[in-house]
Design a protein around this ligand. Structure first.
Ligand SMILES: *[C@@H]1O[C@H](CO)[C@@H](O)[C@H](O)[C@H]1NC(C)=O
Ligand SMILES: *[C@@H]1O[C@H](CO)[C@@H](O)[C@H](O)[C@H]1NC(C)=O
Length: 358
């Protein structure tokens, strides 16, 4: 779409009486219609030649839309097409960014709807036209297909498709989750699916690994539940989009099935005890009582704590790797063994740090 030029009779410049008349006429007869005398059209004529069966949302003033169009003159000659430029239009509608005919012609449209708009000159490029492209006083014909609609007031929309009867604990921030998903754009184009990767998508919720809208949309979910999550672009991939599949300013629709969830750990922790840690931690770890804890003793001790149900490791990671990392953290001088002076609980460390700062 060209930017709205300086039309000779823009809607705003019409005298108020005439404006009121236009509104009254539009309400009285439905949108747009040729004048009875066969003279120039007074309003946009809208021919809705394909209306999808489901239309959860209709375009309203101030919405952001993405659409494709072909523009032709009365004789069928093409003057412009979004397809030729290989980029569709992404714009706010109804606020004067488009020619008035287009602003009006898109109102009430559904995603995947196809319309033909006949735009009289005074709602298009007027008696001036557009240099080299549109002659003066041209009536314009647009074929439009709507691909997307959203508004900056939108929030994440969640609808539950299937909820298991029992749900001991629902997803909350920090949880480790495994889920399947199908991701599509609003017009039904698929852009990503977990099934193509041969396994569930595994991640932590609310830790910044996911787009914001997904972090929100997964909250409160039960294992076995299926949800539809609709995410506006400003909580997804924004104006830039993502790789080739997600265009800029696109609403994303996910169907998600939660396979499992596990409690996460507080940020920065690799292991926590369910209750208080052992009173004589170092002595308990030092299995052969030689005053040093090498990696094998450390690993044996931590695994025993886990298998006895006294503590748990960071979920979703290889336990060997996590235990190795924990050992590295404790072996402060990196000599391959932990001594009694080196061993420190993270909670005590954090406290000390706070004291130091005070
Ligand atoms: C525009 O024209 C192209 C080529 O004829 C066609 O494939 C496309 O569906 C048309 N788009 C609309 C919105 O009518
Ligand atoms: C994803 O789509 C496939 C194929 O249509 C379907 O079998 C599967 O159940 C869908 N998964 C979800 C989570 O909706």
């Amino acid at each position: 779409m060209f930017p709205a030029g300086p039309p000779s009779h823009s809607l705003l410049r019409l005298p108020l009486l005439q404006l009121l008349l236009l509104v009254v006429q539009a309400v009285g007869r439905g949108l747009g219609r040729a004048s009875p005398a066969g003279g120039p059209l007074e309003d946009v004529v809208i021919e809705r030649y394909h209306i999808p069966r489901a239309c959860p949302r209709e375009v309203q003033m101030g919405d952001f839309v993405r659409y494709h169009y072909n523009g032709t003159f009365e004789d069928g000659k093409k003057f412009d097409s979004s397809y030729d430029r290989n980029t569709l239009v992404a714009i706010v509608v109804g606020v004067g960014r488009l020619i008035t005919g287009m602003d009006r012609g898109l109102m009430g449209m559904c995603v995947n709807e196809r319309r033909r708009l006949i735009v009289p000159p005074h709602l298009g490029y007027g008696s001036i036209g557009l240099a080299g492209l549109i002659p003066p006083d041209a009536t314009l014909y647009f074929d439009v297909v709507l691909l997307d609609v959203w508004n900056k007031e939108d929030t994440v929309q969640v609808s539950t498709l299937l909820r298991p009867p029992h749900c001991p604990r629902m997803v909350q921030d920090g949880d480790f989750v495994r889920y399947h998903y199908n991701g599509t754009l609003l017009d039904g184009t698929s852009f990503d699916t977990s099934y193509s990767k041969g396994g569930t998508y595994d991640t932590y919720v609310g830790s910044g690994w996911l787009i914001k809208g997904m972090d929100q949309g997964l909250l409160g979910m039960c294992p076995g539940e299926r949800r539809k999550i609709i995410i506006p672009p400003f909580l997804a991939y924004g104006e830039k989009g993502y790789a080739r599949g997600v265009p800029g300013s696109a609403v994303l629709l996910f169907e998600v099935e939660l396979v499992s969830r596990e409690d996460g750990l507080p940020t920065g922790y690799l292991f926590v005890w369910h209750k208080d840690p052992p009173a004589n931690l170092f002595e308990d770890m030092d299995l052969n009582k030689d005053g040093e804890v090498p990696p094998e003793e450390f690993s044996t001790f931590i695994k025993a704590q886990v298998s006895e149900g006294k503590g748990r490791l960071m979920p979703g990671q290889d336990p060997e790797k996590t235990i190795g990392d924990m050992f590295q953290n404790q072996d402060r001088n990196q000599d391959g063994k932990i001594t009694v002076d080196e061993l420190k609980l993270k909670s005590d460390e954090d406290e000390e740090r706070v004291h130091e700062e005070l």
